[in-house]
Design a protein around this ligand. Structure first.
Ligand code: PGA
Length: 249
Protein backbone atom coordinates (compact mmCIF):
# COMPACT_ATOMS: atom_id res chain seq x y z
CA UNK A 1 0.00 0.00 0.00
CA UNK A 2 1.23 3.46 -0.88
CA UNK A 3 1.20 5.83 2.04
CA UNK A 4 -0.67 9.01 1.12
CA UNK A 5 1.44 12.17 1.11
CA UNK A 6 0.34 15.74 1.83
CA UNK A 7 3.25 17.93 0.79
CA UNK A 8 3.41 21.68 1.33
CA UNK A 9 5.69 23.76 -0.87
CA UNK A 10 6.28 27.10 0.80
CA UNK A 11 8.25 28.46 -2.18
CA UNK A 12 9.96 31.79 -1.33
CA UNK A 13 7.75 32.42 1.69
CA UNK A 14 8.46 32.23 5.37
CA UNK A 15 10.74 33.60 8.04
CA UNK A 16 11.33 32.60 11.66
CA UNK A 17 7.87 33.74 12.70
CA UNK A 18 6.30 31.13 10.42
CA UNK A 19 7.93 28.23 12.23
CA UNK A 20 4.93 28.45 14.53
CA UNK A 21 2.80 27.13 11.63
CA UNK A 22 4.87 23.97 11.51
CA UNK A 23 4.61 23.62 15.27
CA UNK A 24 0.82 23.95 15.08
CA UNK A 25 0.60 21.42 12.25
CA UNK A 26 2.76 18.92 14.10
CA UNK A 27 0.57 19.21 17.16
CA UNK A 28 -2.69 18.98 15.20
CA UNK A 29 -1.73 15.81 13.32
CA UNK A 30 -0.16 13.53 15.87
CA UNK A 31 -1.08 10.04 14.69
CA UNK A 32 -1.89 11.18 11.12
CA UNK A 33 -2.49 8.38 8.64
CA UNK A 34 -0.92 10.33 5.80
CA UNK A 35 2.66 11.41 5.61
CA UNK A 36 2.91 15.18 6.04
CA UNK A 37 5.73 17.08 4.43
CA UNK A 38 6.63 20.74 4.56
CA UNK A 39 9.23 22.18 2.19
CA UNK A 40 10.10 25.55 3.74
CA UNK A 41 12.77 27.82 2.28
CA UNK A 42 16.23 26.38 2.95
CA UNK A 43 16.91 29.13 5.48
CA UNK A 44 14.33 27.60 7.83
CA UNK A 45 15.17 23.92 7.41
CA UNK A 46 17.45 23.52 10.36
CA UNK A 47 15.23 25.30 12.81
CA UNK A 48 12.17 23.51 11.48
CA UNK A 49 13.97 20.19 11.99
CA UNK A 50 14.22 20.92 15.69
CA UNK A 51 10.44 21.29 15.80
CA UNK A 52 9.67 18.21 13.70
CA UNK A 53 12.21 15.82 15.27
CA UNK A 54 9.62 13.66 16.98
CA UNK A 55 6.29 14.63 15.39
CA UNK A 56 4.36 13.61 12.26
CA UNK A 57 5.85 16.27 9.95
CA UNK A 58 8.80 15.52 7.68
CA UNK A 59 10.78 18.19 5.86
CA UNK A 60 11.79 18.76 2.29
CA UNK A 61 13.83 21.25 0.30
CA UNK A 62 12.76 22.95 -2.92
CA UNK A 63 15.84 22.40 -5.09
CA UNK A 64 19.42 21.16 -4.89
CA UNK A 65 22.56 21.36 -6.98
CA UNK A 66 23.64 18.40 -9.07
CA UNK A 67 27.18 18.47 -7.63
CA UNK A 68 28.15 17.34 -4.16
CA UNK A 69 30.23 20.43 -3.36
CA UNK A 70 32.44 23.02 -4.99
CA UNK A 71 32.55 26.44 -6.60
CA UNK A 72 28.83 27.10 -7.07
CA UNK A 73 28.11 30.36 -5.32
CA UNK A 74 24.63 30.52 -3.86
CA UNK A 75 23.78 26.87 -4.48
CA UNK A 76 23.04 24.14 -1.96
CA UNK A 77 24.00 20.48 -2.29
CA UNK A 78 21.79 17.53 -1.46
CA UNK A 79 24.08 16.49 1.38
CA UNK A 80 23.75 19.97 2.91
CA UNK A 81 19.97 19.72 2.78
CA UNK A 82 20.06 16.32 4.43
CA UNK A 83 22.38 17.73 7.07
CA UNK A 84 19.97 20.63 7.67
CA UNK A 85 17.07 18.25 8.28
CA UNK A 86 15.47 17.55 4.90
CA UNK A 87 14.51 14.04 3.91
CA UNK A 88 12.96 15.01 0.56
CA UNK A 89 13.74 17.49 -2.17
CA UNK A 90 11.29 18.88 -4.73
CA UNK A 91 12.92 18.97 -8.17
CA UNK A 92 11.89 20.31 -11.56
CA UNK A 93 9.10 22.52 -10.27
CA UNK A 94 7.74 24.58 -13.17
CA UNK A 95 8.95 27.73 -11.40
CA UNK A 96 12.51 26.31 -11.42
CA UNK A 97 12.08 25.24 -15.04
CA UNK A 98 10.74 28.71 -15.90
CA UNK A 99 12.83 31.03 -13.71
CA UNK A 100 16.10 29.14 -14.12
CA UNK A 101 15.67 27.48 -17.52
CA UNK A 102 16.09 24.04 -15.96
CA UNK A 103 15.86 21.29 -18.54
CA UNK A 104 14.79 17.69 -18.03
CA UNK A 105 18.46 16.66 -18.04
CA UNK A 106 19.22 19.12 -15.21
CA UNK A 107 16.34 17.74 -13.18
CA UNK A 108 17.52 14.18 -13.77
CA UNK A 109 21.09 15.04 -12.70
CA UNK A 110 19.82 16.77 -9.57
CA UNK A 111 17.62 13.78 -8.79
CA UNK A 112 20.57 11.39 -9.08
CA UNK A 113 22.61 13.61 -6.77
CA UNK A 114 19.77 13.80 -4.26
CA UNK A 115 19.17 10.05 -4.28
CA UNK A 116 22.91 9.47 -3.90
CA UNK A 117 22.93 11.70 -0.83
CA UNK A 118 20.03 9.78 0.70
CA UNK A 119 17.15 12.16 -0.03
CA UNK A 120 13.85 11.12 -1.55
CA UNK A 121 12.84 13.11 -4.61
CA UNK A 122 9.58 14.72 -5.66
CA UNK A 123 9.94 15.28 -9.39
CA UNK A 124 7.45 17.76 -10.86
CA UNK A 125 6.05 17.85 -14.37
CA UNK A 126 3.13 19.44 -16.11
CA UNK A 127 1.95 21.04 -19.32
CA UNK A 128 1.44 24.70 -20.19
CA UNK A 129 -2.03 25.92 -21.17
CA UNK A 130 -1.20 26.07 -24.91
CA UNK A 131 0.05 22.49 -24.72
CA UNK A 132 -3.16 21.36 -23.01
CA UNK A 133 -5.27 23.22 -25.56
CA UNK A 134 -3.31 21.73 -28.45
CA UNK A 135 -4.02 18.25 -27.11
CA UNK A 136 -0.35 17.60 -26.34
CA UNK A 137 -0.55 17.00 -22.59
CA UNK A 138 0.33 13.32 -22.59
CA UNK A 139 3.24 13.83 -25.01
CA UNK A 140 4.63 16.57 -22.78
CA UNK A 141 4.28 14.38 -19.70
CA UNK A 142 5.88 11.43 -21.49
CA UNK A 143 8.87 13.57 -22.42
CA UNK A 144 9.29 15.06 -18.96
CA UNK A 145 8.93 11.67 -17.34
CA UNK A 146 11.50 10.07 -19.63
CA UNK A 147 13.94 12.97 -19.32
CA UNK A 148 13.60 14.06 -15.70
CA UNK A 149 13.43 10.75 -13.86
CA UNK A 150 16.82 9.03 -13.64
CA UNK A 151 17.25 5.26 -13.84
CA UNK A 152 18.42 4.83 -10.26
CA UNK A 153 15.07 5.36 -8.53
CA UNK A 154 13.07 2.96 -6.40
CA UNK A 155 9.40 2.84 -5.53
CA UNK A 156 10.18 4.23 -2.10
CA UNK A 157 12.44 7.14 -2.95
CA UNK A 158 10.54 8.54 -5.94
CA UNK A 159 7.44 10.71 -5.81
CA UNK A 160 6.04 12.34 -8.94
CA UNK A 161 3.95 15.49 -8.84
CA UNK A 162 1.69 16.26 -11.78
CA UNK A 163 1.32 20.03 -11.79
CA UNK A 164 -0.28 21.67 -14.84
CA UNK A 165 1.47 25.04 -15.09
CA UNK A 166 -1.82 26.81 -15.76
CA UNK A 167 -3.27 25.48 -12.50
CA UNK A 168 -0.48 26.68 -10.22
CA UNK A 169 -1.50 29.65 -8.12
CA UNK A 170 -4.39 30.47 -10.45
CA UNK A 171 -7.39 28.89 -8.73
CA UNK A 172 -7.97 26.87 -11.94
CA UNK A 173 -8.01 23.10 -11.62
CA UNK A 174 -8.26 20.49 -14.38
CA UNK A 175 -11.37 18.34 -14.44
CA UNK A 176 -11.25 15.22 -12.31
CA UNK A 177 -11.16 13.18 -15.52
CA UNK A 178 -8.18 15.16 -16.82
CA UNK A 179 -6.26 14.62 -13.57
CA UNK A 180 -7.13 10.93 -13.60
CA UNK A 181 -6.05 10.53 -17.21
CA UNK A 182 -2.60 11.96 -16.56
CA UNK A 183 -2.07 10.00 -13.33
CA UNK A 184 -3.08 6.74 -15.02
CA UNK A 185 -0.73 7.55 -17.86
CA UNK A 186 2.18 8.25 -15.51
CA UNK A 187 1.58 4.99 -13.63
CA UNK A 188 1.49 3.03 -16.89
CA UNK A 189 4.69 4.66 -18.16
CA UNK A 190 6.44 3.92 -14.87
CA UNK A 191 5.40 0.30 -15.19
CA UNK A 192 6.79 0.06 -18.71
CA UNK A 193 10.11 1.48 -17.60
CA UNK A 194 10.62 0.19 -14.07
CA UNK A 195 8.30 -2.80 -13.81
CA UNK A 196 5.03 -3.31 -12.00
CA UNK A 197 6.38 -3.57 -8.47
CA UNK A 198 8.25 -0.26 -8.56
CA UNK A 199 5.46 1.50 -10.45
CA UNK A 200 2.92 0.39 -7.85
CA UNK A 201 5.00 1.85 -5.01
CA UNK A 202 5.66 5.33 -6.48
CA UNK A 203 3.39 8.00 -5.08
CA UNK A 204 1.74 10.32 -7.59
CA UNK A 205 0.73 13.73 -6.29
CA UNK A 206 -1.52 16.26 -7.96
CA UNK A 207 -0.52 19.92 -7.56
CA UNK A 208 -2.09 23.19 -8.68
CA UNK A 209 -4.63 25.21 -6.69
CA UNK A 210 -5.43 22.40 -4.24
CA UNK A 211 -7.41 23.78 -1.32
CA UNK A 212 -9.80 22.57 1.34
CA UNK A 213 -12.78 23.02 -0.97
CA UNK A 214 -11.53 20.70 -3.74
CA UNK A 215 -9.20 18.33 -1.86
CA UNK A 216 -11.74 15.59 -1.13
CA UNK A 217 -12.79 15.23 -4.79
CA UNK A 218 -9.21 15.24 -6.04
CA UNK A 219 -8.08 12.65 -3.48
CA UNK A 220 -10.88 10.31 -4.51
CA UNK A 221 -9.40 9.96 -8.03
CA UNK A 222 -7.69 6.60 -8.50
CA UNK A 223 -3.90 6.91 -8.75
CA UNK A 224 -3.86 10.21 -6.86
CA UNK A 225 -1.81 9.52 -3.74
CA UNK A 226 -1.83 13.01 -2.30
CA UNK A 227 -1.07 16.59 -3.22
CA UNK A 228 1.71 19.08 -3.60
CA UNK A 229 0.20 22.26 -2.19
CA UNK A 230 1.57 25.77 -2.51
CA UNK A 231 -0.53 28.68 -1.26
CA UNK A 232 -2.82 26.60 0.93
CA UNK A 233 0.12 25.05 2.81
CA UNK A 234 1.42 28.31 4.24
CA UNK A 235 -0.76 28.29 7.32
CA UNK A 236 -1.80 25.38 9.50
CA UNK A 237 -5.40 26.62 9.29
CA UNK A 238 -5.43 26.16 5.51
CA UNK A 239 -3.34 22.99 5.33
CA UNK A 240 -5.03 21.03 8.12
CA UNK A 241 -8.35 20.43 6.32
CA UNK A 242 -6.42 19.21 3.25
CA UNK A 243 -4.48 16.73 5.41
CA UNK A 244 -7.72 15.65 7.07
CA UNK A 245 -9.34 15.08 3.66
CA UNK A 246 -6.42 12.86 2.67
CA UNK A 247 -6.55 10.95 5.95
CA UNK A 248 -10.26 10.32 5.34
CA UNK A 249 -9.74 8.56 1.97
P1 PGA B 1 -0.51 26.27 -5.56
O1 PGA B 1 0.98 25.77 -5.93
O2 PGA B 1 -1.09 25.23 -4.64
O3 PGA B 1 -0.31 27.59 -4.89
O4 PGA B 1 -1.26 26.34 -6.85
C1 PGA B 1 1.23 24.41 -6.14
C2 PGA B 1 2.70 24.22 -6.46
O5 PGA B 1 3.28 25.05 -7.17
O6 PGA B 1 3.31 23.24 -6.00
Amino acid sequence: MRRKLAAGNWKMNGTSADLAQIETLARAHVGAISEILIAPPATLLHRASEITKTGPVTLGAQDCHASGSGAHTGDISAAMLLDAGASYVILGHSERRGDHAEQDSDVSAKASAALGAGLRVIICMGEALQEREAGNTLDIIAGQLAGSVPDDVSGENLVIAYEPIWAIGTGKVPSLAQIGEVHDFIRARLEQRFGAQTARAVRLLYGGSVKAANAEQIFAIPNVDGALVGGASLTADDFTPIINALDAI
